[in-house]
Design a protein around this ligand. Structure first.
Ligand SMILES: Nc1ncnc2c1ncn2[C@@H]1O[C@H](COP(=O)(O)OP(=O)(O)OP(=O)(O)O)[C@@H](O)[C@H]1O
Ligand SMILES: [Mg+2]
Length: 232
């Protein structure tokens, strides 16, 4: 479904991703783990096309998408929930959600499907509030809703629990588990909250200085050797 083959990425002269490979199938969740500053967000941005790779390739459903701009990847069914959420703070909740539907055409694009409010009931009560007036947790739910209304086949989460209160972390965990169990999308979950990632992931990779230094089945995640790579 998603297949990343030996990609390299540079910020100017600094070699940030070093021959990174990973894959994830539909119905599965891969956790991208690693300490601060190792290149996790950069990797996710390369998947979405926000950053470009120097070489290697990214395949999505058998198609090489390495050189496609973000909007074309979105049309193919890739959605991104960025680190820090990136809500449009001056737009309403409803307008933020509609932004997520911008890749759809025709009448389908005009109405927000009600199932999104079954996942996040709080958003329904806040449709006319400005995004910037929501709490961090509510903004995270809004960012996830905005991604889901595009009906993605691949959804990419960048540290969805960062700075979020525990009760909302639980809600978000339930939603990601449900998406995984529905079996119609693949999930890339970048996370530093180990237990959260382990509960959701089928497989994992650990990045260090832009390199994959460990990978495997999520059962192996709790090996002391893996935990050692993540502890600060
Ligand atoms: N736009 C940029 N221009 C130049 N360097 C950057 C840019 N974005 C990130 N970097 C650098 O690239 C490296 C990887 O950053 P990245 O944000 O991908 O790490 P991360 O693993 O997501 O970190 P965190 O856990 O803090 O979110 C860091 O050294 C960072 O300073
Ligand atoms: Mg990051």
């Amino acid at each position: 479904m998603l297949k990343v083959n030996n990609i390299n990425q540079y910020y100017g002269g600094s070699h940030t991703l070093r021959s990174v490979s990973m894959q994830v199938q539909i119905g599965q969740c891969i956790a991208v783990l690693g300490r601060n500053g190792v290149g996790k967000t950069t990797l996710l941005q390369c998947l979405m096309g926000v950053q470009s790779i120097r070489n290697g390739s990214i395949e999505f459903n058998g198609q090489d998408i390495s050189r496609l701009p973000p909007y074309q990847r979105a049309r193919l069914g890739i959605a991104y929930v960025p680190q820090g959420r990136e809500i449009f703070s001056r737009l309403t909740v409803e307008e933020n959600i509609l932004m997520g539907m911008a890749t759809q055409s025709g009448s389908k694009a005009k109405k927000i499907k009600s199932d999104i409010f079954e996942l996040f009931p709080v958003l329904k009560t806040m449709m006319n509030r400005r995004g910037g007036d929501l709490s961090g947790g509510q903004q995270q739910q809004l960012a996830i809703a905005r991604a889901l209304v595009s009906e993605p086949k691949l959804i990419i989460f960048d540290e969805p629990t960062e700075g979020i209160q525990p009760s909302i972390i639980k809600d978000i965990g339930r939603v990601i588990a449900m998406l995984r169990d529905q079996g119609n999308m693949a999930i890339v979950l970048c996370e530093q909250y180990f237990d959260f990632a382990q509960a959701l992931a089928d497989t994992f990779i650990v990045l260090s200085r832009g390199e994959v230094i460990a990978s495997g089945d999520s059962k192996q995640m709790s090996d002391p050797s893996i935990r050692q790579l993540l502890s600060v």
